[in-house]
Structure formats: structure tokens, C-alpha cells
Design a protein around this ligand. Structure first.
Ligand code: THU
Length: 160
């Protein structure tokens, strides 16, 4: 028997003003698109903005459905849109902001497991890390240099 240890690391910023202008702009776009989420059931709005290496920014917000499992998270709306429209581009950075309509969301909200798996797919596809910034509606921002911090020991194309 042996033990393996996997360390994950995040940078924590007190607010978006501590970040470079380009990242502040990306987060601001995630915040704006969050407000357009279609979330009549959960009243929980999420926005995602992805910066590509061709300088395009692709946006997504969560889209819910009366048949609950048919809805989709903001991150996957954005990442699949980026994959569909710009299949050759690399994804450099994804910014995520989440807020509830009913109570303040002041701590950083990380992407769900399915979104982590989807982000991992594109990180492995492009063989270049995707930076991930996530936050609530305001306040602290967490940054990960790669999906590996959020999804260590991932199932990916090398597993097949
Ligand atoms: N949601 C996201 O958009 N991203 C996540 O990573 C977690 C959850 C959405 C799905 C659903 O519309 C609402 O938030 C409540 O779960």
C-alpha cells in the first residue's frame, strides 16, 4: 500500500479591483450576462465569460427548464458555444459569477462537477491550461491556474 497526495492551489483576491484590467473586464462581462440568466425555478443566476486566444469573448448564463434536468449551467452554455463557434481557438480564461435572487451570495461559487468535467475536456483537448476565476455576486474572487485544481485525478481522453 502507498498513499498519494494531490495538492490543489487557489489564489484568493479580496475583490475584482485587485485583478488586471483584462480580467476585471472578463469578470464584468460574466456579471452582466449573469443578470440575463433564465432561472425561474432556482432563482439562482450564474454567468460565465470565456476569453479565447483569438481575443473573442464567449458568454453564457444558466438556462433552466420545467423538466429540471434539461436545464444547463452557465459554464457549459459558454464552453459548448465556444467549442461550436471557434473550434480551433484555445480557451485561455473563464470567469464565473453567481448570485441568488433571494439572498446575498458573497462567497465564491465554484463550478459544479459536470461543468468541471466539461472544462477538463477542453483543457485536455487544447493541451493548454484554462485559468478559472470564480466569485459570488461581489467580494472575494478565487483563481485556479488550471482545471486540475478543481478536478484532480480527472477522467479524460488518456483514460480511454
Ligand atoms: N448552476 C450553474 O449555472 N453553474 C454551476 O456550476 C452550478 C449551478 C445553475 C444550474 C441551475 O440553473 C442553478 O444554478 C441552480 O443549481
Amino acid at each position: 500500500m502507498k498513499e498519494i497526495q494531490i495538492t490543489t492551489t487557489f489564489d484568493v483576491f479580496n475583490s475584482i479591483v485587485e485583478l488586471p484590467n483584462k480580467i476585471q473586464n472578463l469578470i464584468q462581462q460574466a456579471i452582466e450576462i449573469r443578470k440575463k440568466a433564465y432561472a425561474p425555478y432556482s432563482h439562482f443566476r450564474v454567468g460565465a465569460a470565456i476569453l479565447l486566444d483569438n481575443d473573442k469573448i464567449v458568454l453564457g448564463s444558466n438556462q433552466e427548464n420545467a423538466a429540471y434536468p434539461s436545464g444547463l449551467c452557465a459554464e457549459r452554455v459558454a464552453i459548448y458555444q465556444a467549442g461550436a463557434i471557434y473550434p480551433e481557438a484555445k480557451m485561455l480564461t473563464i470567469a464565473i459569477s453567481a448570485a441568488s435572487d433571494s439572498n446575498p451570495t458573497l462567497s465564491p461559487i465554484p463550478p459544479c462537477g459536470s461543468c468541471r468535467q466539461s472544462i477538463a475536456e477542453y483543457e485536455f483537448k487544447q493541451d493548454t491550461p484554462i485559468e478559472i476565476y470564480f466569485m459570488g455576486e461581489k467580494g472575494e474572487v478565487y483563481k485556479s491556474d488550471s482545471i486540475n485544481n478543481l478536478l484532480p485525478l480527472s477522467f479524460n481522453k488518456n483514460s480511454l
